[in-house]
Design a protein around this ligand. Structure first.
Ligand SMILES: Nc1ncnc2c1ncn2[C@@H]1O[C@H](COP(=O)(O)OP(=O)(O)OP(=O)(O)O)[C@@H](O)[C@H]1O
Length: 949
């Protein structure tokens, strides 16, 4: 326990400490010195001398001079204080209202000082005795009420007489020495301090001190105090603990009761000698006190918060009361005064002192003494608190740094994002620029293509118009009876509708200007078209290869032994099947299935066991084994060839379906893609074989590819047409073999092909004229004539076809001459073509069809042009009938034949776009096969000829 106890003090310093140094103090509380004024009533002596009262309390805080008061008086007439007690106020009330609150502060650890100031005989001792008694009573009452705490009250007393401090409990100890301690203030050495046991003990001590105090008789006071007396109670309080426990902390405070000696005038007090000397010391010390108070008050007003020089050391009184005057204590001053008119001047001095004291500010603190252990704990807590504050500040600093780093990172990320967006914008701008450049390039290309197309369009305008008119005409115009040779008959039930539908032109219409369309879309479409063209070229190459092989088959069949030819043909046919086996997909497969059945059926008709021809062949077997084998090989070859051609897809399906199927193009997808094309391009069309329509605005390279493929397909079809015609040749060969059934040698086709081109040219011209005459005599189909005429122009490779046609016609002419007898044993077709009447009916029906086609397929101007060409008056009735019955009527007029073929081909769709009829521009197609033929030409193959609308 670090509480400085009395024994410790004695041992340590050999004296009695007048002040206990606390180890801990609370925050100071500033307050003014509590100043009150008490007016003593006139005593008997004063009354006897006819003195009278000139002061009175105008209220509880104001004392006023009441005698001859004048505004012109040099002194204030009224003085205000914290409290003013009149003559009738008891000391107890003065304590309660002017000292108790300050006195009891000592119980809560605050130093307290209560002293009385006034002239001699004004009632200071009288008042302070009562205050001390009341305070001690209250203190002990408090102790009694707070038994949870332990209180230690220590009593000490001293007086300052003639500026000598003496211990009132031990007056023989001599003058007390004062010592200044920087921390503890003024220490009174060897001052006896006694622990107060109880209230009585305290009273006895007080009595003891009173007995030791210096008093003397003066004129003003019989028992005049000639010294300044300081009664000090040191009060320590701590929580009550167990007996073996040491209190952790305690409150320590001192309570000073100061009874000053009264200022006096020697003239009034009649002091002399010792009394005068005492009076001088008293007045001097009081003057110092007044000076300190005045200094403190003035300094407090002018230099608030700053401590200037205060002459505490000028007197022992002020040195001892230093802490109570502007220091760590609560102070209450009771200024006593007599209301007698005789002491007005002294009273004014007292009031002036009181006014100054009222301005002095004290800073009282709670004084606490704590144990070393608790002190260590307290220090540790303070250290921990400081460390926490340090860490907090460090953390705040780090947090601030981290926050700054995070902010920098965010700024970097933001800048990076902005940079990325900027790059995107740059790329987008670059892409837009590229688009613009491409668009310009495409526009230039389009302009170039349009110029080319316009040039070509002038040539093709009539042709295109034909197609467009077919395509755009109201279906009612064509009607179910239009443009088919089987309309008037029962339609074949085995065919699906799509296979029997007239070929539709897939019109790739480019929408009119619809605003800006991305040029990239157009480029993509062009690339797609180029890809399609490549695929078409590949298919065409395969088709060419197959056709070559078929031609080789035929040639092998025409030369060498029959057995070797049959084997070679079989092998080649297998290869052809393999070539096309992987090409037919999608819709073509459906067509292929249907067509295949029809082919088989048709082939069976050709070589049917029930067929009369076949029957005759069967009979021939029995007569000639070699001929039997030969006929069988021929039949197989015919069948295989027919199947192969069907598998090619080109001749056995509609002209429109084949290319789309083989190109794997879905018309719907074309429409959808077409709709996305740039509307800036004018809607024009380029018609290709099979009804596929290509955009004429394709780039030059694409257009060139298209034309190349177009020509190639035409060539393929031409070759296929020749193959078909070869079949006719072989069929006629069969008939010829039947006719020459008595021949023992194998019927070998002797074609006598001229080796010299010049000889062949003249031979071709001669034989073709024969063919023209025979066509006319045998009433051969106009369509067949047209087809043959447009297909063969005298190439050396055409010799075989010319020869076959000529022999067939000769055979037919002979049959016509013996029509009645020769029809027996022939097939239905053969019976028809062998019958001149039937041929004539067929021919008439063809002419009637042409009349109808001229109305449907031609414009008025085109018809008028034809009328002029055929010398038909425009005002003539039935002009179309006249034309239809004029064509193919003069077998000896080359120009007439040329005009006839041109007109028929135009009407039925075999249009020659580039001037004179040529094989390249001849478009051969086959109508859907029919189980029940409604019309028959002069052979079964030509009967299937269909024409484009
Ligand atoms: N308020 C009072 N009511 C009645 N009598 C009083 C009062 N105050 C003082 N007296 C009487 O006046 C006389 C002088 O009082 P007291 O001794 O207390 O004065 P003092 O100021 O202490 O004088 P000194 O300074 O000379 O010691 C005493 O007889 C006292 O009983």
């Amino acid at each position: 326990m670090s509480v400085i106890s009395l024994p410790d003090c004695l041992e340590r310093g050999g004296g009695v400490p007048v002040e206990v140094e606390p180890r801990w103090r609370s925050k100071a509380t500033e307050e003014k010195i509590f100043v009150t004024v008490r007016i003593r009533p006139l005593n008997a002596k004063e009354l006897s001398k006819r003195e009278f009262s000139v002061w009175e309390c105008t209220d509880d805080k104001t004392v006023s001079y009441t005698y001859n008061s004048s505004e012109r008086a040099p002194f204030p007439q009224s003085y205000c204080f914290d409290k003013v007690f009149g003559p009738e106020i008891a000391t107890k009330d003065v304590y309660e209202n002017g000292a108790k609150d300050v006195a009891l502060s000592a119980l809560s650890g605050k130093n307290a000082t209560i002293f009385a100031y006034g002239q001699t005989s004004s009632g200071k001792t009288y008042t302070m005795n009562g205050i001390t008694e009341s305070a001690t009573d209250d203190i002990f009452a408090h102790i009694k009420q707070h038994d949870d705490s332990v209180f230690v009250i220590k009593f000490s007393a001293l007086e300052i007489y003639n500026e000598v401090a003496s211990d009132l409990l031990n007056p023989e100890s001599g003058p007390l020495r004062l010592m200044d301690d920087p921390e503890r203030g003024t220490i009174i050495l060897r001052l006896v301090e006694k622990v107060v046991e109880d209230k009585n003990h305290l009273r006895s001590l007080l009595d003891l001190c009173e007995s030791h105090r210096q008093v003397g008789e003066t004129a003003l006071n019989d028992i005049s105090s000639r010294s300044h007396q300081i009664i000090r109670l040191s009060i320590e309080s701590s929580p009550r603990l167990m007996s073996d426990e040491t209190p952790v902390k305690s409150l320590v405070a001192v309570l000073n009761f100061v009874d000053l000696a009264g200022s006096e005038r020697a003239s009034l007090s009649h002091s002399d000698g010792i009394r005068l000397k005492e009076g001088c010391y008293i007045n001097r010390s009081l003057l110092t006190l007044s000076t300190v108070i005045r200094k403190l008050s003035v300094q407090d007003e002018l230099n608030r918060g700053r401590v200037g020089h205060v002459p505490y050391r000028d007197s022992k009184l002020t040195r001892i009361l230093q802490s109570s005057l502007g220091g760590n204590a609560r102070t209450a001053i009771i200024c006593t005064m007599s209301s007698s008119n005789r002491h007005v001047e002294q009273t004014r001095n007292t009031l002036f002192f009181a006014l100054c004291a009222k301005e002095v500010t004290n800073r009282a603190q709670v004084n606490m003494v704590i144990s070393d252990k608790e002190l260590i704990k307290q220090l540790k807590r303070e250290v921990a608190l400081l460390e926490a504050k340090l860490r907090l500040s460090t953390f705040s600093l780090q947090s601030s740094s981290e926050a700054q780093l995070l902010e920098k990172d965010l700024q970097i990320q933001k800048m990076q994002e902005e940079m990325r967006l900027a790059l995107q914008q740059r790329d987008l701008a670059q892409a837009q620029l590229n688009d613009v450049l491409k668009k310009v390039e495409v526009e230039q290309t389009r302009t170039l293509v349009l110029s080319k197309i316009n040039a070509a369009d002038s040539m093709l305008s009539s042709d295109r118009h034909t197609y467009i008119s077919h395509s755009s005409d109201d279906s009612s115009n064509r009607g179910p009876n239009s443009f088919r040779y089987y309309e008037n008959e029962t339609k074949p039930q085995s065919l699906n509708d799509s296979a029997r539908q007239p070929p539709e032109i897939v019109k790739m219409e480019i929408p009119e200007k619809q605003g800006t369309t991305a040029s990239t879309v157009l480029l993509q479409e062009i690339l797609k078209l180029e890809q399609v063209q490549k695929e078409l070229a590949q298919d065409a190459n395969r088709a060419l290869e197959a056709v070559k092989k078929e031609v080789e088959c035929l040639r092998l069949a025409q030369s060498g032994s029959n057995e070797e030819a049959a084997e070679s043909v079989a092998e080649l046919q297998t290869e052809i099947s393999e070539i096309y086996g992987t090409q037919i997909t999608g819709t073509l497969e459906t067509d292929y299935t249907i067509t295949k059945d029809l082919i088989v059926e048709e082939s069976k008709k050709i070589i049917s066991p029930n067929d009369q021809v076949h029957g005759r062949l069967e009979n021939d077997k029995t007569r000639n084994g070699e001929f039997e084998d030969n006929n069988a090989d021929l039949e197989k070859m015919l069948l295989n060839m027919h199947i192969s051609m069907k598998e090619l897809g080109l001749p056995m399906t509609t002209a429109t379906d084949v290319p789309l199927s083989r190109l794997h193009i879905n018309p719907n997808s074309i429409d959808s893609q077409r709709s996305s094309l740039d509307s800036n391009f004018q809607a024009t069309e380029l018609y290709l074989e099979g009804g596929l329509v290509f955009d004429v605005n394709t780039p030059p390279q694409a257009e060139e590819n298209l034309r190349s493929v177009h020509a190639y397909v035409i060539e393929l079809k031409e070759k296929l047409g020749k193959l078909e015609y070869q079949k006719q040749l072989l069929a006629s060969r069969v008939l010829e073999l039947e006719k020459n059934e008595n021949l023992e040698e194998e019927p070998v086709l002797n074609l006598n092909i001229s080796s010299s081109p010049d000889l062949w040219a003249s031979e071709f011209s001669m034989k073709r004229k024969q063919i023209f005459e025979l066509w006319h005599l045998c009433h051969v189909s106009l369509f067949h004539r047209t087809q043959f005429y447009l297909l063969f122009h005298g190439d050396p490779t055409d010799s075989i076809y010319i020869e076959v046609e000529l022999r067939r016609l000769l055979w037919l002419k002979n049959n016509h001459q013996n029509a009645t007898s020769r029809t027996i044993g022939l097939g239905r077709d053969e019976q028809i073509i062998a019958n001149p009447a039937s041929s004539m009916r067929i021919l008439k029906r063809e002419r009637q069809s042409l009349v109808k086609y001229m109305k449907i397929g031609l414009t008025v101007s085109e018809r008028e042009k034809i009328y002029k060409q055929w010398d038909v008056p425009l005002d003539m009735k039935q002009r179309r009938v006249k034309v239809a019955y004029s064509i193919w009527t003069d077998p000896y007029n080359e120009e007439h034949i040329k005009m006839s073929a041109s007109l028929v081909s135009k009407l039925v769709g075999l249009w020659n776009r580039h001037g004179p009829a040529s094989k390249e521009m001849f478009q051969l197609s086959f109508s859907p096969p029919s189980n029940k033929k409604t019309w028959s030409g002069w052979n079964s193959v030509s009967n299937r000829l269909s024409f484009r609308k």
